[in-house]
Write a protein that binds this ligand. Structure first.
Ligand code: PHE
Length: 345
């Protein structure tokens, strides 16, 4: 064996290790690796020399080559790991991490104030045995008016300025009362205790007190011997749960085509509230809903026999109630989507 071939390996090993020493960062190390182990690198080039040697020397040359290759590779892996660790340490000390700092807050959504109050209302009625019934927002003329005892051209239809669609007889419901027909037809002949919440639409001038879209919560109770006393008791219990046990309610006679008799319900407003005068226009009372005993015609349209059962119904405006609770002075805020408003609740 010529020693020169093996010496070449020894020289290559020494040079490789020396140069590795001089590589101070990852990029330099990777360049080193290409230089020695890449396709055109020194180690493959050296291995190719095996074919130029006499056959009896080839084995020792190859074995030595493999030993050198392993040594260089191990040295490289170690140097690379050290360089990465050093880079990490350097970055940590350059940008110190204070693990005691409070975390960045994750922005959390919340329920819209209207939804919060709706849920509170459902909760109060649920305690009194009412279930929630969803009814459609796009209605037909017949259910929004006709079956509620307002035939075409009935002057009472003027109480609701209506959005009609381009399809004749199809409109956006002006109140949640048509839901009474749907719930009765679904549950007849069983007794009913339900609240029917949802959006209503009126073709009205938009002001701080009226919107063209707003929510209502309809209530309907149908069963044997349901009386006006039940209506008043239910409303009183509701108002006291929502506004406080000392609240009084006041009943005024009113008119709706689908209830007979019909009433409007006010609650007294605390006199010590600085907004009391403005809210109640100086009367001390604030209207919160329309209500009454379900008209026999409506009961019949729902499938019930008015000789056998009676019922009461009410319709309240949760936005009005929310405005009272939170001293909100402009109803248009509810659907304006202004975060400055929404984030307050
Ligand atoms: N639907 C009526 C309105 O929108 C309110 C109401 C509901 C009155 C139920 C009586 C009974 O004005």
């Amino acid at each position: 064996m010529t020693t020169s071939a093996l010496d070449e390996w020894a020289a290559l090993e020494k040079r490789g290790l020396d140069e590795l020493q001089g590589c101070t960062d990852e990029a330099a190390l990777r360049a080193w690796h290409t230089r020695y182990f890449g396709d055109k690198g020194e180690v493959p080039a050296m291995l190719r020399k095996v074919s130029t040697l006499p056959p009896n020397e080839r084995k020792a040359f190859g074995q030595t080559g493999n030993v050198v290759k392993t040594k260089l590779t191990e040295a490289y892996d170690l140097a690379l790991a050290n360089a990465k660790e050093a880079a990490l340490q350097a970055s940590l000390s350059a940008h110190p991490l204070d693990v005691t700092l409070p975390g960045r807050p994750v922005p959390r959504g919340r329920l819209h104030v209207a939804t919060q109050v709706m849920r509170q209302i459902y909760g109060i009625f649920a305690d009194m045995g009412f279930q929630v019934y969803r009814s459609r927002e796009v209605e037909d003329d017949e259910t929004n008016f006709g079956l509620l005892n307002m035939p075409p051209h009935h002057p009472a239809r003027d109480m609701w300025d209506t959005f009609h669609t381009t399809t004749p007889g199809v409109l956006l419901r002006t109140h949640t009362s048509p839901g009474q027909i749907h719930v009765m037809r679904e549950f007849c002949p069983h007794p009913i205790r339900a609240v029917l919440p949802g959006m209503c639409f009126r073709f009205e001038q938009v002001t701080t007190r009226s919107e063209m879209q707003f929510e209502q919560v309809e209530g309907l109770v149908v069963g044997p011997q349901v009386t006006m006393a039940d209506l008043i008791g239910t409303i009183t219990a509701f108002a006291r749960r929502l506004f406080g046990q000392e609240r009084q309610i006041r009943i005024r006679s009113s008119y709706f085509p689908f209830t007979e008799p019909s009433i409007e319900v006010d609650i007294d407003w605390p006199k010590d509230d600085p907004n009391a005068d403005r809210l109640t226009k100086g009367t001390g009372w604030l209207e919160i809903m329309g209500a009454g005993m379900v008209h026999p015609v409506v009961l019949r349209n729902g499938g019930y026999d008015p000789q056998q059962v009676s019922g009461f119904a009410f319709g309240l405006g949760p936005q009005r109630i929310t405005m009272l609770k939170h001293a909100i002075d402009d109803i248009r805020q509810f659907w304006a989507n202004d975060l400055r408003f929404l984030q307050q609740f």
